[in-house]
Write a protein that binds this ligand. Structure first.
Ligand code: ADP
Ligand code: MG
Length: 474
């Protein structure tokens, strides 16, 4: 058999494979198809222009060496970009790289990536250099470190964020996972890190994206047959910020693609920042391999702000808006809204509005009315103690029995139901539910929730327990 495009390329691949990381080989070389060989020019097909640019940026030396070994010093490489969404067999453009035609080129000289100076190839439309592609960061400059006030509740997360902003990809906080309840500042902090990085390192590509939007883009790319472009795009980012990753639960396709993007970025020293409303241990329906990646770096929690922090957030807000408000009003709001900074701000904004639109003095009474509205809408959470009491009463046992270590079936069931309702009706984590219901661990609670779900579908009597109890809680 003579020398063919296939045989040449296979030999090149064998050489390349020995010289780079397996993941990089998989990502960047496996998708390439050898197309044709004429004289000493090998044409290879790559799936997108990003792909071509990436090869040029990172692997041109290696390609040159591999190809020269196979085809001699006159070796040329021709790229054919075939986007999966283009029609027919277009060959959008070709470019030659190892273009030195001189004889006996010393290996060192081959190291310099010599791009062809051929003017007909310089069509900026079809050869957009990486730097011509402007990726908008999608950052909100109003969310920065200056107005992210520090307190005990956020000190760890805030300092970790600062450390990451100073040295993106260069700390052990990679990924940095910021987690915490609704309205505690996850989105704000995530933007602040990005804004700070852009400020310090303007040339780095930073991208903020909500996990929900990421998922939509991915689904769209599958529909349009541009999945590869989607992946390559994300693999070009230096600092990737994904907000609310809990949204990926149960979406295995998106998780899968994110897994590959994550690995690629991480391997190349790029920074990944994630936020979630749950700790990794409480995330459900996220694949194990992805969860384990989430835990590689640092998980930092944003906790409920303490009283002093709430006061300073409120005062800061008033100060920035140029509004004065009596201390006792600020104090009242801070004392009554404890678990959500967005609501804290909402209440004060509402007070400002009421006083200016209705030309009313802000009185304590008005503050009470406003706060009541906020607190009523959100603070109807039942406590885990209350749930245990109600479930115990329903099965005519006492709470100590429900919590005991016994394996008696009806007691186990009562305990599992209590765990199930605690998960359903409170914001407590699995670990915290377990520790409050008889000092069990999070896995036991997870198992209890699944068992209850199963029995609810298969066991009529059990279904009735659930319905009866649910009524008592709503
Ligand atoms: P989450 O993403 O956790 O739901 P956000 O980041 O949207 O919460 O924050 C809700 C609101 O609270 C935003 O307006 C944000 O600016 C404000 N906020 C949160 N934490 C702080 C903080 N430490 N200092 C000042 N404002 C904060
Ligand atoms: Mg958010």
């Amino acid at each position: 058999m003579g020398v063919t495009a296939n045989s040449v390329w296979n030999n090149c691949l064998a050489f390349i494979k020995d010289n780079i990381q397996p993941q990089a080989f998989k990502t960047w070389f496996e998708p390439i198809k050898p197309i044709k060989l004429s004289d000493s020019a090998l044409s290879i097909q790559v799936p997108s222009k990003f792909f071509y640019e990436w090869l040029e940026e990172h692997y041109v030396k290696l390609l040159k060496v591999a190809l020269t070994k196979e085809l001699g010093d006159n070796a040329k490489l021709v790229y054919i970009i075939k986007m999966e969404n283009t029609y027919g067999n277009q060959e959008p453009f070709t470019e030659k790289i190892p273009s030195s035609n001189r004889a006996n080129v010393a290996p060192q000289e081959l190291d310099v990536p010599v791009k062809s100076k051929n003017p007909e190839l310089k069509n900026p439309f079809v050869i957009p250099g990486i730097r011509n592609i402007k990726i908008e960061s999608q950052l909100n400059p109003n969310y920065n470190f200056d107005n992210f006030l520090e307190g005990d509740s956020n000190r760890l997360a805030r300092s970790a964020g600062m450390a990451v902003a100073n040295k993106p990809g260069g700390t052990s906080f990679n990924p940095l996972l910021i987690f915490g309840g609704v309205g505690l500042g996850k989105t704000h902090l995530a933007h602040a890190i990005g804004v700070e990085i852009k400020d310090k390192y303007p040339e780095r590509t930073v991208l903020y994206i909500a996990a929900e939007k990421f998922t939509q883009q991915y689904i769209e790319s599958v529909k349009k047959n541009t999945r590869n472009d989607f992946i390559h795009f994300y693999q070009l980012i230096d600092v990737l910020i994904i907000d609310d990753v809990q949204f990926l639960s149960g979406k295995s396709g998106t998780q899968d693609v994110f897994f590959h993007i994550f690995n690629h970025l991480h391997q190349n020293g790029k920074q990944v920042i994630l936020t979630s409303d749950k700790a990794p241990v409480d995330m459900q329906d996220i694949e194990q391999r992805l969860l384990s990646r989430f835990k590689w770096g640092l998980s930092a929690e944003l906790q409920n702000p303490d009283y002093e922090t709430r006061i300073s957030i409120l005062k800061n807000k008033l100060y920035r808006d140029g509004v004065e408000m009596p201390d006792d009003i600020v104090d009242y709001v801070a004392k009554h809204i404890k678990t959500n900074i967005r609501e804290l701000e909402g209440a004060i904004i509402s007070l400002i509005a009421q006083s200016s639109f209705n030309k009313r003095e802000v009185t304590l009474e008005l503050a009470q009315q406003v706060v009541e509205k906020f607190v009523k809408n959100t603070k109807r959470e039942v406590s885990i103690d209350y749930i245990q009491k109600v479930v115990s009463d329903y099965f005519e046992m006492d709470v100590a029995t429900l919590q005991s270590k016994t394996r008696k079936r009806h007691i186990v069931q009562a305990r599992q139901l209590a765990m199930f309702f605690a998960k359903k009706f409170t914001k407590a984590s699995l670990a915290s539910i377990g520790s409050q219901i008889g000092k069990r661990d999070h896995a036991t609670v997870l198992h209890a929730c699944k068992t209850v779900d199963n029995l609810a579908e298969t066991d009529k009597q059990f279904r009735k327990y659930i319905d009866d109890l649910t009524k008592k809680f709503s």
